[in-house]
Design a protein around this ligand. Structure first.
Ligand code: SAM
Length: 269
């Protein structure tokens, strides 16, 4: 039996665009000799797996995406949707290198292949916090050397999103990605943190310190709003760096409303 529990299958077209864009930058996706990416728990429709493949193929034309679902009815639905793709009845390429199968955290892949990356989005949020460590360990154990697990959460339409990256060496980073237009306070992301952190936004935890400092810097940078929300966000990120937060990545990512910090700086105590 696949490892895990069937949960709500809510998904949405374009919901995962922010994490798709992040995954385009993963070195292992770009350079692996076997560019297989698993979309674990794709939900009630095939759409996010198809979108992931169409975005990743822009940077890695031979990428393959395998959608895994623990619910066999959802595998049947996705397979029927894929048939429509093959017949050219959708906006996706009819030869899109996408397939679907049943599976859980054990990440079953045929022919002894191991994925370069596993994306598990809005899957663990419906589990208990205590389930996270084992699920991470199991998924990571299925990766090829250098592989990355991207595990996170977002809102219904993908304007607020965050994810952790985890490798064989443990959790590496926390990324948040926000639609900056009309953003009132960046700590809104606290509602959509990965399961490992969402219950830790309380006094004494580093993730709570980060939420406070983010809002403080966003407020402090308010005068820059006259030049647009991106300039205000860039100043917010600069402020975090000055305050000593180990911000990763480059301005090209920050301009997208993204912010990545080293995991150790926010790890639960
Ligand atoms: C809320 S949907 C997420 C759909 C999509 N990833 C998204 O973010 O829009 C969660 C899905 O994960 C599936 N799921 C839960 N645990 C799983 C597991 N251990 N392995 C595979 N799929 C799982 C559920 O059956 C459900 O369809």
């Amino acid at each position: 039996m696949p490892i895990g529990t069937i949960t709500r299958g809510t998904t949405n077209t374009n919901r995962l665009r922010r994490v798709d864009r992040f995954m385009q930058t993963l070195p292992v996706v770009r350079s692996s000799v076997d560019p297989l990416v698993v979309d674990l728990g794709y939900g009630a429709s095939a759409v996010t797996s198809l979108e992931l493949q169409s975005r990743l193929r822009k940077v890695r034309p031979d990428v393959e995406v395998l959608g895994l679902e623990i619910d066999k009815d959802r595998v049947r639905t996705a397979t029927e949707q894929l048939d429509a793709v093959r017949r050219g009845e959708t906006s996706f390429a009819s030869d899109a290198a996408v397939s679907f199968a049943r599976g859980g955290f054990e990440v079953p892949v045929r022919d002894g292949r191991r994925p370069a990356a596993i994306r598990a989005f809005n899957v663990l949020r419906q589990y208990d916090e205590s389930a996270v460590a084992d699920a991470w360990r199991l998924m990571v154990s299925r990766l090829q050397p250098g592989g990355v697990l991207v595990e996170g959460t977002c809102d219904e339409i993908g304007r607020i999103s965050s994810w952790a990256t985890v490798t064989a060496d443990g959790p590496q980073s926390l990324t948040m990605s926000l639609r900056l237009k009309k953003l009132e306070r960046p700590s809104i992301v606290a509602e959509r943190l990965p399961k490992a952190l969402i219950h830790r936004n309380v006094a004494g935890e580093r993730i709570a310190d980060l939420m406070t400092e983010l809002d403080r810097q966003w407020q402090y940078s308010a005068p820059l709003a006259a030049y647009g929300p991106v300039q205000r966000w860039l100043a917010t990120v600069d402020g975090l760096i000055t305050a000593g937060w180990p911000v990763l990545g480059t301005g090209a990512r920050w301009r997208l409303g993204e912010l990545t910090v080293a995991w150790d700086s926010v790890a639960p105590s």
